[in-house]
Design a protein around this ligand. Structure first.
Ligand code: ATP
Ligand code: MG
Length: 569
């Protein structure tokens, strides 16, 4: 491509709305253009890079034995009602009606459509296992679309679905996909980590996410420094330091004037945090059930774990007004000495192991001391619902837990029979008995992967593309377009690169060299070839974007040198 003819409009200034490196650079380097919140046009450079990601994904999925299809974006509401997700997904779905007032949704994901396809087409175990995938635009009305391509309302996803007759077969495909994902993200030149994950609204058992490690990541990853344990903080677990063991004492109501926060109670009573319990009041936003959630004072409630335990799509803390309505006194709520009515109690496991803990007195400015689980109160559910803290002990190996920020670029699930059961996707096994199929689903955020690559590969001058994703590998720059010699050599090199199949540009604009170098660095070409002063001798400069190194080489060696360097960068 000739720069002079290209549709590339780089920006000097960083657009105000952009916060993260990838968002800023995608806009500045003329890769994408915003249409409206969370919706972007891919400009020629951005689209080329996107296709590079797509092709890596496609090659590896094909190699893994999955077959590419393309399902409709437009999906009838009936299917979603059948699976029960019309309500569960709620406002995340972009809904619309046709002229006959029939409801539709623009596909946020395709479990329903693919299961419908298979249930009507496959009836024998002989056709299983089967794996299908597509690369397609998805629509999700995200609460907060942000960071450019990271969290769009319209984005490109690779979604794959597998169908199985047995659990073993599903397990095998899950591992196959795990390996495939590792190959894909390695080929994209990313530093990533597979982590244990929550299954979210998609449901099912067994779920792993692939995270690109970057400070701007929206997710927190907990990992162990001495074994391979790594998990999204949403599901991470740890070994909790035990509370002090004591003889049970008698519960006693004491005055704690203005002492409502755990930090203050610990000071006021001079006790460790591990002897305190706080009560948090939550509401299931779907059915309005209210829960008293009990947590040891030094831990925070993990809302993802809580939602899973009570099977809620969304939970929220009660407002001051709602607390009042239930006769609860903010800052002094506790599980002992209270009439709970319809309120259910959920205790974190650590709470049940404390001897003689404090608890809100359920009267203004009072607390109980020496309260004991089992003797004084019981919970409807006891489960691990705490958020892991950095520095805690790994449950598996006793190592130390650390945290890092991650961007979720992929997610693989064992769905089991969740959708096949709801949608009645059955088959006849080898004994002629009808059985429900087992399913797996496997997603990659293709556009998010592109943005993640930039998060990990940039400097103050711009993008530093790994060659696997770079829109163009080489930018050939005649330093002075009025110098015939320099232009001739540059054109020759450009031609030779194209003949060798190396995607390249030539910056034939009549601009100062410094101006062209700036654009080249911003756009992130892995290599610049400058035809300048020594062009007459057949010598050019080859600059490596990642290292800043400059090599002086013969014009005839450019192609072979670039080929060699492409293996490295
Ligand atoms: P998140 O937790 O980030 O909202 P998710 O868990 O809802 O994502 P999945 O349903 O697992 O997403 O979708 C598969 C992949 O699609 C994700 O791993 C992610 O890479 C990508 N993805 C999801 N939502 C978006 C979005 N709004 N914009 C861009 N990519 C997305
Ligand atoms: Mg996910």
């Amino acid at each position: 491509m000739r720069f002079s003819k290209s549709y590339i409009k780089t920006l000097k200034e960083t657009p105000k709305e952009a916060e993260t490196a990838s968002h800023k650079l995608l806009l500045r380097a003329s890769m994408i253009k915003k249409l409206t919140s969370g919706v972007y046009t891919y400009l020629p450079l951005g689209y080329k890079a996107l296709k590079k990601v797509e092709n890596i994904v496609r090659e590896e999925m094909d190699r893994a034995g999955s077959q590419e299809i393309l399902m409709p974006v437009l999906q009838p509401a009936e299917l979603w009602k059948e699976s029960g997700r019309w309500d569960v997904m709620g406002p995340l779905m972009m809904k619309l009606q046709d002229r006959n007032k029939r409801d539709f949704v623009l596909g946020p994901t395709h479990e329903e459509v693919v299961t419908d396809l298979i249930r009507n087409d496959i009836s024998s175990y002989k056709a299983l296992p089967l794996s299908l995938y597509q690369i397609q635009t998805k629509f999700r009305d995200e609460i907060r679309p942000r960071f450019g391509l990271m969290r769009g309302r319209e984005f490109v996803m690779k979604d794959a679905y597998s169908f199985h007759a047995t659990t073993e077969s599903l397990d095998e495909e899950f591992l196959n996909m795990r390996d495939t994902y590792s190959r894909i993200f390695s080929r994209c030149g990313l530093k990533f980590r597979p982590v244990e994950a929550d299954s979210g609204a998609i449901g099912g058992s067994g779920s792993q996410e692939f995270h690109v490690l970057a400070d701007s990541g929206e997710d927190e990853i907990i990992y162990c420094d001495s074994c391979s344990y790594a998990a999204n903080v949403e599901t991470a677990v740890s070994r909790v330091e035990a509370s002090p063991v004591e003889e049970f004492k008698n519960a006693e109501l004491i005055d704690t004037p203005n002492v409502s926060k755990i930090d203050d109670i610990v000071q006021f009573l001079n006790i460790p945090y591990s002897k305190t319990v706080k009560a948090m009041m939550y509401r299931d936003m779907g059915n309005d059930q209210v829960y008293m959630v009990l947590m040891r004072g030094d831990y925070e409630v993990n809302e993802t774990k809580l939602k899973n335990i009570v099977n809620a799509v969304e939970v929220a803390l009660l407002t001051d007004e709602e607390l009042e309505k239930h006769g609860l006194i903010k800052g002094f709520i506790g599980p002992y000495g209270i009439e709970l009515g319809d309120i259910k109690v959920i205790a974190d496991t650590a709470v049940t192991e404390i001897n003689n803990h404090t608890a809100g007195g359920n009267k203004m400015d009072t607390h109980y001391i020496n309260v004991n689980y089992g003797r004084d109160y019981k919970a409807d559910i006891v489960a691990d619902i705490k958020t892991v803290k950095v520095g805690e002990t790994c449950e598996r190996c006793g190592g130390k837990l650390h945290s890092a920020r991650g961007i979720e670029v992929g997610h693989i699930f064992k769905l089991g029979d969740k959708y096949s059961k709801a949608l009645n996707a059955t088959f006849l096994d080898d004994k002629g008995e009808s059985k429900v199929m087992l399913m797996g689903c496997y997603g990659i955020g293709v556009s998010r992967t592109l943005a993640s690559a930039i998060e990990q590969n940039n400097d103050e001058f711009g993008i530093i593309w790994p060659t696997a994703l770079a829109p163009y590998i080489v930018d050939v720059i005649p330093a002075n377009v009025k110098n015939e010699e320099q232009v001739k050599v540059a054109e020759e090199i450009y031609e030779a690169l194209l003949n060798d199949g190396i995607d390249s540009m030539i910056d034939d604009r009549d601009e100062r060299p410094g101006f062209k170098f700036k654009d080249a660095d911003l756009i992130g070409f892995p290599f610049k070839v400058v035809s300048g002063k020594r062009a007459g001798e057949g010598i050019v400069e080859l600059k490596i974007r990642r290292t800043g190194e400059t090599l002086e080489i013969s014009k005839d060696d450019v192609v072979s040198t670039v080929r060699e360097l492409m293996k490295k960068y």
